[in-house]
Ligand binder design. Structure first.
Ligand SMILES: [Zn+2]
Length: 106
């Protein structure tokens, strides 16, 4: 049996300033929200259960998620609970945020 696993490029999440996680009110996604200890616990629990980036998964890639994203942004009325969470890697979250910034500016 021939193994079909490919070697993937490492996608180690950036730990520098470009990673907008855990910074309240960052960038264009500055909807006021709970970002205290309860959120951190929820976020950690979510990532433990959903450790892979779902956007990468959809593209047939595997990447470790570092961000719990709201599928429907809070500013568009999305729920701030597990029904509206998805795991994203840094690059996919940045791409989604950029797309949403364009929409939001309209
Ligand atoms: Zn991704």
């Amino acid at each position: 049996m021939k193994a079909k696993l490919q070697t993937l490029k490492p996608q180690v999440p950036m730990q520098g300033d470009r990673l907008p996680v855990m910074r309240p009110g960052y960038g264009f996604d500055a909807t006021p929200r709970d970002r205290g200890r309860p959120w951190r616990r929820k976020r950690a629990a979510w990532l433990a259960e959903h450790p892979l980036c779902c956007a990468c998964e959809a593209k047939g890639r595997v990447a470790v998620a570092v961000i719990v994203d709201h599928v429907v942004p809070l500013w568009r009325g999305g729920a701030d609970d597990a029904s509206n969470y998805q795991s994203l890697c840094g690059p996919d979250h940045a791409a989604k945020s950029a797309r949403e910034a364009v929409e939001r500016a309209k």
